[in-house]
Design a protein around this ligand. Structure first.
Ligand SMILES: Cc1ncc(C[n+]2csc(CCOP(=O)(O)OP(=O)(O)O)c2C)c(N)n1
Ligand SMILES: [Mg+2]
Length: 1035
């Protein structure tokens, strides 16, 4: 009750303060000019002062813990004397009227009948005086002033080590920050108020043990907290506890203290960071390495975050970072053997692994070691990344989520991620925003990421003033209320402090936090690059800039924390380590990319990294299993759960299908998932609206129609001890979510991770993940990945936007050779082909085949990405059904479904063999039947487009010796599969026949927006497909 009352008072006071600040008329000194005053460069002295010592006389009135409460009541009373209890009204009237201490108080009368009239009779001791207004206004002004520093102090913090640019790209000083005494006028105060003592509100910690301070001291302490080498941005956070936590961390006098031991560790880490780059520069002066010079403090910063997190229970840190300083992070944070890094500079090194590898500053790493500070085990993993800046962000998140999931870390207490960013990329790349939006979603949260920005105030050659419209490069983080700690990187202790706070924030609140290391780049973009072409002034200053190691060493020597010989000894010790490793690196003749794996899969491969077999068992299931899954899929497996009437009908239809021993698309998917769950395989299906399914066919999450948010996932009620099923509607992001799922799939081979696009064409906003990770991932980084992409595809007359999942793009990126016929006699040809390919591309025409290919994905002894073009109209097509018979033990995924009708009985008489894939099959068979051409035309479906089933197609082609061969597709000629299939078909039959085309003409758009045109085009392609003279004119 009391708390509620106090809260009400506080709210009221806040309102009062804001209004007071707004309503106060501007004084003469507050002309427009004051709002854009230039920041006085030398107005402040920024020597670090870490303790606050000024003695302050406390006011006799209002002291102790109750003072804030009383103060708030007082202000409320000033606003409206009736808003407080009568006894307080009398008290305040007496106090303000000048009653001496001790006499203002009159005991409140007991609250009994009659007490109100007694109160009313109580008289003030003296009448009110007019100076009350000034007193109150001044107190309010000081509170506003404190708040102004908390909100805007960072704008004047000295963050740029070069002293050239303002980190917020704005040189003006906010009008409410006291950069000179005349600015006190903004608050209605003047110089004479500086020595007056003001009571401090509960929302500040600058007082330490004191509850009141002279104004002069208040301003000094605020400057110390907010305007030195740390700029704290946090007042946009809508959570009082979190704000108080941050205020306490930065305002408490003397809080930023380091022991001599900590200072020495920091120096040693700076030595390693600096000397590592110098060593590389000495040995390979003309090699690109994207050195860290100008931000050497990054290494101790990361180590501090890791130390602190380890102390708080974290034992696995997953990191993602761009090029800058990556080798240094590998060497000095992850502790990759130095010789392994150095040998990468040897161009004569031969690759031992399959694949094309990647440059040294993109490779990943996984390492388990003891954290020396905490003496606890810690595993560090740096995720391999492409050049595409920030693309690895969601991947790191997904991998982190998976590692948390598999070790039961539901709150992110054991596994965490750290993401590093460049300033230009952090501000410019939209994926940063998309990734932030995953950070608090139940199925995607990793319970807080620590972001570290290497803010060297330049992006390649571009000045930040040309590269972003936001004040800071970090503003994107504000969308998730992440606190942002800007820090001048030439102050290593300030950097360590904010890193420590960032790690504590993450372990306290489990939310994202940003450390913005404002630094510089000593060299060009890379070591070969001339920065003076474009940044002459900046680089003149940089040439004069003393390296941070030297500065800090001098500071510690002057403080007597180390002496010069000790410092030099530390340097030569590390140089020796580098030299010895360099000598050893010369013995390395072979490069094993597998030593650079970011996610090992223990036990999945043989010790030398090979699959345990080269075969795939049957993907069929017993009748019992099929029936059981079917029954659960068509029921509500919990009591008293009311589902929607429409859904009841859907489930009833499902039940009938099961009784008839058949499956449609949704049931086929159920069977595949449900059976894998039984086998201990975790399944995760993620994407926009996947729970119900965009086309309302799936319904994996049932919603109780009577109880809000009560849901049931029947898939999780299938078997005792089954693996968990995760199905999650995602945020509306393809790039972020696909990257996330790819990362999730990296963590374990024993999971089926699927991402479904709402419509297949939307995958193009995730193109970077497809082009840079999924397609070439194994070739570049050796790591296999079994992610499945479900891409709804098909020409249904819905216009250009929802028709094509762009099969041509995926097929163009397949690594199989169109002109070379593989050795078809090879044992396990199909599996070997799968093993060699970069990804598998399928377009199933039956639910049964969809079921088999999903199961095969896990039953294969290796992992490859699987791209599935999934249907829309076939989800409900009465012919698109599969009998249980085709899903029983012994059955397999059919790469090709050959013609099995009358044409196949007399193949010699067949005039045309139509080859197709996907749903056009149903249009073709309907048309063939209508034209009574079932004996003249054979229709064979290619279900697995890539790797291309050369072996099975050879059999098909040979089976129909007199038949013309035509590829039929509903997609336009320059799209779809034609360009992929045609050369391969010709290779299959040694170019013995032409491969004709029946389909739409080339076009720029994937489909027409006009339904009638769509139907006309369809009819035209069917006419061509069944006109046996259609190609005569060409032959
Ligand atoms: C998506 C993307 N676009 C462009 C590039 C080319 N590029 C490489 S580094 C770089 C500048 C990056 O600046 P910043 O993020 O500030 O990092 P810094 O190099 O300064 O550490 C650019 C534009 C890229 N790698 N990725
Ligand atoms: Mg930069």
């Amino acid at each position: 009750m009391i708390t509620a009352v106090v809260r009400a008072f506080r709210t009221r006071m806040f309102h009062l303060r804001t209004c007071a600040a707004k309503l106060r008329p501007l004084t003469a000194s507050q002309t427009v000019k004051t709002f854009s005053q230039n920041r006085p460069a030398a107005a402040r002295t920024f020597g670090q002062i870490r303790s606050y010592t000024a003695p302050v006389a406390a006011e006799p009135f209002l002291s102790g813990t109750s003072s804030n409460y009383v103060e708030e009541m007082y202000y409320a009373w000033l606003e409206n004397p009736k808003s407080v209890h009568k006894s307080w009204d009398i008290f305040f009237r007496n106090t303000n009227a000048g009653a001496p201490p001790g006499t203002a108080y009159q005991s409140p009368l007991p609250l009994s009948p009659g007490s109100l009239s007694a109160l009313a009779r109580a008289q003030p001791l003296v009448e009110a005086q007019p100076n009350v207004d000034k007193l109150v206004e001044d107190h309010l002004a000081v509170q506003s002033l404190i708040r102004a520093y908390q909100i805007r102090g960072h704008h004047v913090a000295q963050l740029d080590p070069l002293g050239i640019l303002d980190a917020d790209l704005d040189s003006s000083v906010p009008a409410d920050i006291i950069s000179s005494t005349d600015k006190l006028g903004f608050y209605g105060l003047d110089e004479s108020d500086l020595d007056k003592v003001f009571h401090l509100p509960t929302t500040t910690f600058i007082g330490g043990q004191e509850s009141a301070l002279p104004l002069r001291e208040i301003i000094r302490r605020l400057e110390m907290a907010y305007c030195q080498h740390i700029g704290v941005e946090f007042m946009f956070i809508n959570d009082l506890e979190q704000c108080q936590w941050i205020r306490q961390k930065f305002e408490t006098p003397g809080i930023m203290q380091f022991t001599n031991e900590e200072k020495r560790t920091l120096l040693a880490r700076l030595v390693r960071s600096t000397r590592f780059e110098e060593f590389l520069q000495r040995k390979w002066s003309s090699e690109k390495r994207f050195g860290l010079e100008g931000c050497e403090v990054l290494i101790p910063a990361l180590k501090t975050i890791i130390d602190k997190s380890s102390e708080n229970g974290v034992d696995y840190v997953i990191m993602g970072m761009p090029h800058r300083g990556r080798l240094n992070v590998l060497a000095n944070v992850i502790r990759k053997e130095l010789e392994q890094i150095f040998c990468q500079f040897d161009s004569k090194l031969e690759a031992a692994d399959e694949g094309s590898g990647d440059v040294k500053y993109h490779l990943g790493m996984y390492h388990r070691r003891i954290n020396r500070v905490t003496d606890r085990n810690i595993t560090l993993s740096l995720v391999a990344n492409p050049s595409h800046l920030e693309a690895a962000d969601p991947v790191v998140m997904g991998k982190t989520k998976a590692e948390q999931f598999y070790c039961g870390d539901t709150e992110g207490k054991k596994v965490m991620s750290i993401l590093l960013h460049g300033d230009a990329a952090f501000a410019g790349q939209g994926i940063v925003y998309e990734t932030f939006h995953l950070s608090d979603l139940p199925s995607y949260t990793t319970h807080g990421t620590v972001h570290v920005v290497v803010n060297n105030q330049i992006g390649f050659t571009t000045d930040p003033r040309m590269a972003r419209s936001s004040p800071y490069p970090t503003d994107v983080a504000r969308v998730v209320n992440a606190p942002i700690f800007h820090v001048n990187s030439d102050d290593p202790e300030a950097v360590m402090y904010v890193c420590k706070v960032a790690a504590e924030w993450r372990s306290t609140f489990h939310k994202d936090v940003v450390v913005d290391l404002v630094c510089y780049r000593r060299n060009g973009h890379n070591e070969m690059d001339e920065p003076m072409f474009t940044q002459p002034l900046m680089y003149k200053q940089i040439r004069k800039q003393k390296p941070v190691l030297q500065k800090y060493a001098e500071l510690l020597v002057s403080q007597g924390v180390v002496n010069q010989p000790e410092y030099e000894e530390e340097i030569s010790k590390y140089d020796k380590i580098c030299e010895e490793a360099f000598a050893r690196s010369k013995d390395e003749k072979i490069l094993h990319i597998k030593h650079w794996l970011d996610s090992p899969w223990p036990g999945f491969f043989t010790l030398d990294g090979q699959p345990r077999s080269m075969s795939c068992p049957s993907t069929g299931l017993t009748e019992d299993i099929l029936t059981h899954i079917g029954n659960v899929a068509s029921s509500v497996p919990v009591e008293n759960f009311t589902i929607h009437g429409g859904l009841s009908r859907i489930l009833k239809t499902r039940g009938e299908l099961v009784k008839n021993r058949t499956v449609d698309w949704a049931l086929a998917e159920y069977m595949a998932f449900g059976s894998l769950l039984k086998e201990g395989i975790h399944i995760r299906l993620s994407g926009q609206d996947v729970e119900r399914g965009t086309f309302s066919h799936r319904h994996h999450v049932l919603h109780d129609q009577n109880v809000d948010k009560r849901t049931c996932i029947p898939m999780n009620h299938l078997w005792p001890n089954q693996a968990p099923y995760t199905v999650c509607n995602s945020s509306l992001s393809e790039y972020g979510v696909l990257g996330f799922e790819l990362g999730f799939a990296m963590a374990s081979p024993n999971a089926l991770v699927l991402w479904e696009a709402q419509f297949g064409d939307f995958h193009n906003t995730a193109q970077c993940i497809i082009d840079q990770f999924i397609c070439p991932g194994q070739a570049k980084w050796v790591r296999q990945n079994g992610i499945v992409l479900l891409l709804p595809h098909g020409m249904e007359g819905m216009g250009p936007e929802h028709s094509s999942a762009r099969p041509e793009r995926f097929l163009q990126m397949c690594n199989d050779d169109p002109d070379v016929l593989p050795n078809l006699e090879e044992a396990n040809f199909d599996i070997n082909q799968l093993y060699d390919c970069n990804w598998v591309v399928v377009n199933c025409s039956t639910p049964g085949n969809f079921f088999h290919v999903l199961r095969r994905q896990i039953l294969l002894p290796f992992r490859k990405p699987l791209i599935i073009f999934t249907p829309k109209s076939l989800l409900r097509h009465p012919e698109a059904r599969t009998s249980f018979d085709e899903m029983l033990p012994g059955t397999h995924f059919q790469r090709v479904i050959p013609e099995d009708g009358p044409a196949a009985q007399n193949p010699e008489d067949v005039k045309r063999l139509l080859l197709c894939t996907g749903k056009v099959y149903y249009d073709l068979t309907r048309e063939r039947k209508a034209r009574s051409m079932v004996e003249q035309v054979a229709i064979t479906r290619i279900e697995q487009l890539s790797p291309f089933p050369f072996d099975l197609l050879l059999q098909e082609v040979q089976k129909y010796p007199s038949a013309e061969l035509a590829w039929c597709q509903e997609e336009h000629k320059n799209q779809g599969y034609y360009d992929y299939v045609k050369p391969r078909l010709r290779t299959t039959m040694n170019r013995a026949k032409p491969v004709w085309y029946a389909g739409r003409d080339p076009a720029a758009a994937p489909a027409t927006g006009n339904k009638k045109t769509h139907l006309t085009e369809l009819q035209r392609l069917l006419d061509t497909a069944f006109d046996l003279d259609a190609f005569k004119k060409f032959s």
